[in-house]
Design a binder for this molecule. Structure first.
Ligand SMILES: NC(=O)c1ccc[n+]([C@@H]2O[C@H](COP(=O)([O-])OP(=O)(O)OC[C@H]3O[C@@H](n4cnc5c(N)ncnc54)[C@H](OP(=O)(O)O)[C@@H]3O)[C@@H](O)[C@H]2O)c1
Length: 345
């Protein structure tokens, strides 16, 4: 049993930042859906969202409305996924989940198609497939081609994450604060509780007993899972910057076997989902503005880390649109791979 070549698709969280991006990507890539059901909370029920020239009404998410679907994208937070993803699976759908709810669960593939798309091949029909965290996806699209060459032993990541990573309401609040600044008014902070504009702050996820926040912890645990390498070390510092969309990441790598800069650049130029932007003469490197709305992860500042033994360390800087490759696009690529391999039929 797989998915029909033209599945009945649902989106839970269709009104959110990721949900709207899913709509855009499904339409622009001509995803061969037979029907589309848009679900969100009761707050949005009755509103309409544009899709391919039509306007589709949004409905409240209920068990009943998850019936009769072949494929459901979830992007409404971990709590909603925990409550409703198993319901959708029991009703016969395959779920591709953007939340953190099932990423570390046994039997749930955690997939970036360019990195470990083989996890989708030859397996039993999956119930739930998890999309990794956005920072993990962007880092691993950039780093995995090098990992395949020389084995990454340690990865040190510092993120500069866009506010839209915290949802549509955060993005709207940054825009509002820009208007507040221009009008000389006090900043609106109802959503974030802080000044976003002209500021940089530690990632808004919970900080655990070790002092790491959840985003930093995910970078380690998800990288180990996706690479199936329990030994790789990942040290992360995750912060948000006043950028609307597209995350940036400074990445320092230590390799198990030597890898020189020219080989690394060549490997990255050939890598799927990567675009090298590394113009030292013009001082042009990856920027969130350039990554926004793009499918590829931009990679540049490729250079030797002279703080490590010769041949062992490289540094780079990556930018990726976390609403696209970090979430919606990755989910749609998973669905396309399922269709191509006839898992969904
Ligand atoms: N933003 C990113 O860059 C990003 C990247 C990777 C993964 N993710 C993950 O994707 C998920 C969605 O993130 P987002 O940024 O799109 O958030 P968002 O903009 O805040 O949107 C949240 C969505 O969830 C819906 N929702 C909230 N409570 C609900 C409920 N009880 N029942 C049904 N629907 C409900 C909202 O509907 P209403 O409009 O009706 O409130 C809205 O459609 C999260 O799990 C997030 O961690 C986000």
């Amino acid at each position: 049993m797989g998915m029909p070549s033209s599945p009945r698709v649902g989106i839970v969280g269709a009104t959110g930042a990721v949900g709207r991006e899913l709509l855009d990507i499904l339409a622009s890539r001509g995803f061969p859906l037979r029907s589309l059901r848009l679900l969100a909370s009761a707050r949005s029920a009755g509103s309409k969202l544009p899709f391919g020239g039509d306007a589709i009404a949004v409905e409240e998410t209920t068990a009943r409305r998850l019936e009769g679907l072949d494929l459901v994208f979830f992007s409404a937070g971990a709590g909603v996924s925990r409550q409703f993803a198993p319901v959708a699976v029991r009703a016969g759908a395959i779920v591709i989940d953007n939340s953190s709810a099932f990423r570390m669960a046994d039997g749930v593939p955690l997939v970036v198609p360019e990195v470990n798309g083989d996890r989708l091949e030859g397996a039993d029909r999956p119930g739930i497939i998890a999309n990794p965290n956005c920072s993990t996806i962007i880092a691993l699209v950039a780093v995995t081609p090098l990992h395949r060459c020389a084995g990454v032993e340690r990865m040190v990541v510092s993120t500069y994450q866009a506010v839209s990573g915290a949802g549509a309401a955060y993005m709207a609040e940054l825009q509002q604060q820009a208007r507040d600044f221009a009008a000389g008014r006090p900043y609106t902070t109802a959503v974030s509780g802080r000044q976003l504009l002209f500021n940089v702050f530690s990632h808004n996820s919970a900080v655990g007993a070790t002092g790491a926040n959840e985003e930093e912890t995910k970078l380690l645990s998800e990288t180990r899972r996706i690479w199936d390498d329990g030994a790789v070390q990942v040290s992360a510092t995750c912060v948000r910057v006043p950028v609307l969309r597209a995350h940036a990441e400074s990445i320092t790598l230590t390799f198990r076997t030597p890898l020189d800069e020219e080989t690394a650049r060549h490997v990255l130029e050939e890598a799927p989902g990567v675009r090298v932007v590394d113009d030292r003469a013009r001082n042009r490197f990856p920027e969130p503005i350039d990554a926004s709305g793009r499918d590829e992860v931009l990679v540049g500042r490729i250079r030797v880390d002279h703080g490590q033994p010769p041949g062992r360390g490289l540094m780079l800087f990556a930018c990726g649109d976390q609403l696209r490759k970090g979430a919606a696009l990755n989910a749609v690529q998973i669905a396309e791979q399922l269709l191509a391999s006839r898992v969904i039929a």
